[in-house]
Design a protein around this ligand. Sequence first.
Ligand code: C2G
Length: 129
Amino acid sequence: MKRVITYGTYDLLHWGHINLLKRAKDLGDYLIVAISTDAFNKLKGKEAYYCFEQRKMILEAVRYVDEVIPEKNWEQKVYDVEKYSVDIFLMGDDWEGEFDFLKEKCEVIYLPRTSGISTTKIKNELMQN
Ligand code: C2G
């Protein structure tokens, strides 16, 4: 029973997110997604269109996702890995190397981002219309 965890804002859910979640689930049996709370998003300098509760509800409906937990700060990852008995910590490779400190606790995998799509791109293109 391989347990995988990944983190993110997951606003305006799009096929790039789904591509990551599918690959993450394919690497294990149980996928936990920690989504940034609205307060943590502010810390990340991000303003999500959907609030935390809405983003949580949407992700819980994704077939690859088994559990959604809140990401409240940068420090929680090392505790989450213990608390949820995580085997694989996984992120898109725009985060390459950023979380290597977790390597002593679990496998750390960075997967190629899906090019051509992002929440920012969606927002910008919608604003142009
Ligand atoms: N992603 C991707 N391809 C895209 C867009 C996003 O693979 N075209 C991946 C990102 O690499 C990330 C996940 O989808 O692994 C979620 O992306 P965001 O919601 O943008 O997450 P981010 O703001 O990077 O937050 O502590 C980690 C942070 O919470 C990550």
